[in-house]
Design a protein around this ligand. Structure first.
Ligand code: SF4
Ligand code: SF4
Length: 462
């Protein structure tokens, strides 16, 4: 914030150095990866596809279906433990090196800004002058908008898949107003993120930065200023009694979140290492050793012995190993098909003219076997009645999920208190052979009546 309460736009000064060179290589590799992942297939499936409307999440060749709640929760637990273990050991390395927000902002959008606006000095001059209406800045925003379209479409491809996205992109907005609206809103959000919110996404919106006080401990690796060596900071040639910090503010000018690392560990620090390069360059100029700002830990700065092995670096990885084991075990016992039984969409049962009670049962089969299968269906417990299965065996393609409606018709006398239990046997002739219980519904008393439709009674494969 400026003194008058207006926003202080941060125009960080670029700092060349070894860390910047390393980060640039990592950043460009990650940009390519980020753009490529929606197009990469593993075992015939997208590498990552988060199909939220269908509640199907494909990760590294495995698709979590709605019936995989336990497996998916374990997977999320593994991700959380990975994050906390990694943070406990290496601090916010992810923020500075791997997060798409940092990578795109610092290695695409900010360099473009400096190029269009005439460097940092040019940007600061535009801030003081015409601001957002300056022709150079307007041109920059036009390029930002074109990039936002590409990034937004890439982002959406993670959720709808590249094939569906191609359909969205090629169809007229009039034909597909909903998909067009999703694409437009996503593009606007991406544009605003990189053109307006910028570092505020990290310092205000991102929850990960706020967890750091919990996730880090005194032995975690952080980017930090060494006050024991740098203080008392002092400008000027007379260094009598002064520390190594010459108070040049190069570390502040280069910081993309606008903080002063000499104030200690701060939530806003994304550990991007730019201040390390800036300060090392100053140290070279004044002839003092590099590393006044460096990767270190609070323990090391205090001169205390460093501990790689400590409670959180033992317990988190131990928990991670346990969860990975449970996950692998669950995968190994996973059935080759998921079967879900659902009630009719309109009314739970129908009373026919001859008094018989008809139940429609929707059988949803997800084929996980890796090849096309034909599933034979049989109803057990419907003696004296009639079973209509329109397609039997029921074919389901490789990795597909299909639904078939079958009908069970029983005399009213078969129902007790409005219920009759049957079992559905599903057999694919290749090893999958399981039975699923299901409650048929009927009239509760002597006088037939149709109860209100309730939630589906479902049974998944174990
Ligand atoms: S203080 Fe240093 S490491 Fe932290 S965000 Fe600023 S420049 Fe990056
Ligand atoms: S860049 Fe180094 S010398 Fe300059 S103010 Fe920052 S810590 Fe001090």
């Amino acid at each position: 914030m400026n003194e008058d309460g207006s926003r202080r736009w941060i125009r960080p000064k670029p700092s060349a150095g070894v860390w910047n060179s390393r980060r640039r290589v990592v950043a460009y590799a990650l940009m390519l990866l980020y753009l490529a992942i929606p197009h990469i297939q593993l075992r015939g499936k997208p590498l990552i596809l988060l199909d939220a409307p269908r509640r199907e999440f494909t990760l590294f060749g495995y698709t979590f279906l709605p019936t995989d709640t336990l497996l998916f929760m374990i997977f999320l637990g593994i991700v959380v433990l990975l994050v906390v273990s990694f943070t406990a050991l290496f601090g916010r390395v992810w923020c500075g090196w791997g997060c798409p927000q940092t990578v795109w902002m610092e290695y695409l959008f900010r360099p473009l800004e400096r190029w269009f606006e005439g460097g940092r000095a040019g940007s600061l001059g535009i801030d003081r002058g015409k601001g957002h209406l300056h022709p150079r800045r307007v041109l920059k925003y036009a390029v930002y908008a074109a990039l936002a379209v590409i990034l937004a479409n890439t982002f959406l491809a993670y959720f709808v898949g590249v094939d569906q996205l191609k359909v969205w992109v090629t169809q007229s907005p009039v034909e597909q107003p909903t998909s067009f609206a999703i694409m437009a809103v996503t593009t606007i959000l991406v544009f605003l993120d990189f053109a307006y919110f910028r570092e505020q996404t990290c310092t205000i919106a991102c929850p990960y930065g706020r967890w750091q006080s919990v996730l880090l401990d005194r032995a975690s690796v952080i980017v930090a200023y060494d006050p024991g060596r740098g203080e008392p900071r002092q400008k000027g040639r007379d260094r009598t009694g002064a520390g190594d910090c010459i108070d040049c503010s190069a570390c502040v000018q280069t910081c993309p979140t606008g903080i002063d690392i000499r104030d200690g560990l701060q939530m806003e620090c994304i550990h991007c290492t730019q201040c390390i390069d800036a300060c090392d360059a100053i140290m070279d100029q004044v002839g003092t050793p590099r590393g006044l700002i460096r990767y270190t830990s609070r323990e090391a700065l205090e001169g205390a012995p460093q501990h790689l092995l400590r409670a959180r670096t033992i317990l988190y990885p131990a928990g991670l190993i346990v969860l990975l084991g449970i996950f692998a075990w669950q995968l190994s016992i996973k059935s080759t098909a998921d079967v879900t039984l659902l009630r009719a969409l309109d009314q739970p049962f129908r009373e026919d003219a001859d008094g018989a009670i008809s139940n429609q049962v929707r059988v949803r089969i997800a084929n996980r076997s890796g090849e096309a299968r034909n599933y034979r269906l049989a109803i057990i417990g419907a003696d004296g009645g009639q079973v209509i299965i329109p397609v039997n065996p029921f074919p389901v393609a490789h990795n597909a999920t299909e639904t078939l409606s079958l009908f069970v018709i029983l005399p009213k006398s078969a129902f007790t208190a409005g219920q009759h239990e049957i079992r559905l046997r599903v057999d694919d002739g290749a090893g999958f052979d399981e039975e699923f219980p299901y409650q048929l519904l009927g009239p509760t008393g002597a006088t037939s009546r149709t109860p209100p439709a309730g939630p589906s009674s479902t049974h998944g494969a174990p």
